[in-house]
Design a protein around this ligand. Structure first.
Ligand SMILES: Nc1ncnc2c1ncn2[C@@H]1O[C@H](COP(=O)(O)OP(=O)(O)OP(=O)(O)O)[C@@H](O)[C@H]1O
Ligand SMILES: [Mg+2]
Length: 328
């Protein structure tokens, strides 16, 4: 049994999985209400809350899995990328726990975790495939080879897709986190009335860009009457549509370039209903991460850990958190 721990941002997560990938429990203690008043994640508050929440979250995960600590065989933890102070809480806990119980410790890259969230889908991809990872910190196309090795083939030149949703939501006067709020405001408004230009449309750059779109939204919001609620909904719908179209177009280009016929879609933005809908336009087999595993969770960290070797005793002692991923 694997105990996995994830504290890279503002969710305190613990999960218990069997070695063959059955999730026995996955607990996510969200800190959203702690950060909402500030309009975004405050790193020091996140670290302090992880410190308070991690032990009870692990205890809950073990209880919900119905197992005894003696049945654990491995501990897996996110080593990065993410907020350093937040990561250090999980890494320190996992090191101490593994050392005290004499268990092997496996360090997992958070982005490998998002990719592995596809293993939690009803029909996980088998063999080589392309992954669109769209989260709060990253927008990547990752090629997964037959042997499971990962290569990033496209990244964002500026903001991440989730960041674009969060910043757009702020411009529209919505709360944090912005993605679900902006999707809610867009509702059934027509995205064509105030259509924004799709970033990099018609170009063959294998890259993403969202900052121009954000500027276009800022200018449009300025020219809107303060009480024009319908106009705000239309702007939200158009902005969301431009982000989604950009993601779908770049995924299509990535599929054509790599010749892959299966596309996995993961990360917080993969929860977006409009994106999930529009991905149906692609000719590829599309595998979506389950809604419960799009945002940060420890079940995906446990899944990713199954391919990795535990740290040696020396590596365990010197394991540190890291802010960046080689994939990012
Ligand atoms: N329904 C949704 N529509 C659009 N965006 C969404 C939706 N739900 C969540 N998001 C966005 O997903 C992001 C959070 O995703 P996730 O937790 O994977 O990111 P992160 O862990 O902060 O970043 P990373 O994984 O790159 O380190 C936020 O920016 C949030 O606004
Ligand atoms: Mg994440």
């Amino acid at each position: 049994m694997i105990l996995a721990i994830e504290t890279s941002c503002d969710e305190t997560c613990a999960a218990v999985c069997t070695p063959d990938g059955e999730v026995l429990s996955s607990v996510v203690a969200s800190q959203v209400t702690d950060h909402a008043a500030f309009g975004g994640v405050v790193p020091e508050i996140a670290s302090r809350r992880h410190l308070e929440l991690l032990s009870p979250t692990v205890i809950t995960a073990l209880r919900e899995a119905g197992i005894d600590e003696d049945q654990l065989t491995n501990v897996a933890v996110t080593g990065g990328p993410g907020l350093i102070g937040a990561l250090l809480v999980g890494v320190s806990f996992a090191k101490g726990y593994a050392y005290a119980r004499g268990l092997p410790l496996i360090a997992v890259d958070h982005l490998h975790g998002h990719v592995a969230s596809l293993q939690l889908a009803e029909n996980p991809p088998s063999g080589a495939h392309l992954v669109l990872l769209a989260s709060g910190g990253h927008t990547l196309l990752i090629d997964v080879a037959d042997d499971g090795s990962l290569t990033t083939i496209a990244r964002s030149m500026d903001d991440a897709a989730g960041e674009a949703f969060d910043k757009g939501a702020r411009l529209l006067g919505l709360g944090y986190p912005g993605g679900p709020a902006l999707g809610g405001l867009a509702g059934t408004a027509d995205p064509r009335t105030r259509a924004f230009t799709t970033p990099l449309h018609g170009r063959d750059d294998l890259a993403f860009s969202f900052s121009g779109l954000k500027t276009a939204l800022a200018l449009s919001v300025q020219s809107l009457a303060a009480d024009d609620q319908f106009g705000r909904s239309e702007l939200a719908a158009s902005y969301q549509e431009a982000i989604v179209t950009h993601l779908v177009e770049r995924a299509e280009l990535g599929l054509a370039r790599t010749g892959r016929t299966t596309l996995g879609v993961v990360g917080g933005v993969a929860a977006n209903a409009r994106l999930r809908d529009r991905l149906g336009e692609l000719w590829a087999d599309v595998v979506l991460a389950p809604l419960s595993a799009c945002g940060d969770n420890a079940a995906m960290i446990a899944m990713a850990s199954r391919r990795l070797s535990p740290l040696t005793p020396n590596e365990l002692t010197s394991l540190d958190a890291h802010a960046r991923s080689p994939l990012g």
